[in-house]
Design a protein around this ligand. Structure first.
Ligand code: 4NP
Length: 153
């Protein structure tokens, strides 16, 4: 299974999803390919946001090897599933896809609560426990994805 997680900046939400998923597949011995990207390129080359790094570290997940990158057209064929964080990401990712690739694109929380189209909120400008909340959402989503696909690889 080849999974790509996509958000806007690739510094807050999708790096967390990548880190959490890589942590889980390593624990379970799954030979999956996991990456993340942003629909925007403003932060290309940057480390994840320090608040994402911190909340991940608190849960034993390392993000410090990651560097932000922008979504590329080749990603659409290279990955089996492209999980986006919110409806804006969904529109942006879909706009650049070929029609036969639409089925690869999914709002990540639909793996937890199908068809409800719940967004993972952008914590970038927020305060308080936004990053912990995002971590918990993505942790549940990664568990659901593993449960769904681990028997199919
Ligand atoms: P992300 O959060 O999409 O979860 O990485 C954001 C990070 C940076 C910006 C927006 C969202 N920004 O506008 O720079």
């Amino acid at each position: 299974m080849k999974l790509l997680f996509v958000c806007l900046g690739n510094i807050c939400r999708s790096p967390l999803a990548e880190g959490i998923m890589k942590h889980k597949i390593a624990e379970q011995g799954l030979d999956w390919e996991v990456d993340s990207a942003g629909t925007g390129g403003w932060h290309a080359g940057d480390l994840p946001d320090s608040r994402s790094i911190q909340v991940a570290q608190k849960h034993g997940v390392d993000l410090t090897y990651q560097r932000a990158r922008k979504l590329r057209s080749i990603d659409y064929e290279a990955f089996d599933r492209i999980y986006v964080m919110d409806s804006m990401n969904y529109q942006d990712v879909k706009r650049l896809a070929n029609e036969d690739e639409y089925d690869k694109i999914e709002l990540i929380m639909n793996e937890v609560e199908p068809h409800r189209n719940i967004n993972v909120p952008d914590p970038y400008y927020g305060e308080g426990d936004g990053f912990e909340h995002v971590f918990q959402m993505l942790d549940r989503a990664c568990d659901a994805i593993i449960k769904k696909y681990c028997k199919k690889v």
